[in-house]
Design a protein. Structure first.
Length: 244
């Protein structure tokens, strides 16, 4: 049975090179990347989004909707190690993905009814991890503030809210819809080309100032892409349900 923690619950955890289990959790991962994860990592490595997608990710269809989630591609070694793992630890630690930042907490899909204590997270307790026996003790909200001081958690919640929306996840997407999802959520290079050159977004994006901003502001581009996907895909799901 999963242990669920709310924002005011205590959490004892610490990790570092002094622990014998250090980096054990950095191999054979099924690690989903959020759009903001991609942005941080491609910036860190000096790559375009299309270069990063080709070198470091794998696309897998998941759930009833066949959403094209992106996973971090592990190394082709015996341990299936994270591509950013070194003997000293994570080579991209300050830009690590949200799943790594939250650990040992896991982000849950938005609940239709939030309990009185607020948002819940699952507690991940793996048998090899000794971090749970360490000091200090945190409140969950303190851990989140310490590990996710920027846009990570907010944009992660927005992405999770879209992916697990009941109207979307219960209906398989068409091939064209899957490609739109992939482009708007992950392929920032192609999304900007569609906004600036293709004319695809003209019926949706009628504010020229916003359109110009999306060509230079990465965070605004991610937020717009997720908002557009929600509006576009969910409206199509509603039309399909009403005509079925």
């Amino acid at each position: 049975m999963e242990t669920l923690l709310q924002l005011d619950h205590p959490l004892r955890f610490a990790c570092g090179p002094d622990l014998p289990c250090f980096t054990v959790c950095c191999s054979d991962l099924d690690l989903v990347l959020t759009p903001y994860d991609l942005l941080r990592l491609q910036r860190r490595l000096g790559l375009s989004s299309e270069q990063f997608l080709a070198r470091y990710t794998e696309r897998q269809l998941r759930g009833r909707a066949d959403l094209p989630f992106l996973f971090l591609r592990m190394r082709d070694d015996e341990k299936k190690s994270c591509p950013f793992l070194t003997p000293q630890g994570c080579a991209v630690y300050s830009d690590r993905p949200l799943a790594c930042r939250l650990y040992p907490l896991g982000l849950l899909p938005p609940a239709p009814e939030i309990k009185s204590g607020g948002e819940e997270f699952k507690l991940i307790q793996e048998p090899d991890c000794q971090g749970h026996q360490q000091q200090p003790e945190w409140m969950v909200k303190e851990w989140l503030a310490d590990q996710c001081p920027g846009e990570e958690l907010d944009l992660g919640r927005a992405f999770s809210g879209l992916c697990f929306d009941p109207q979307l996840r219960n209906r398989p997407l068409t091939l064209d819809q899957r490609e739109l999802f992939y482009t708007a959520a992950y392929n920032f290079d192609r999304l900007r080309r569609l906004i600036s050159e293709d004319g695809f977004f003209k019926p949706y994006l009628k504010d020229p100032e916003l359109a110009a901003r999306l060509l230079t502001d990465d965070i605004a581009l991610i937020r717009y892409g997720l908002s557009w996907l929600r509006s576009c895909l969910l409206s199509e799901a509603e039309r399909s349900a009403n005509s079925g």
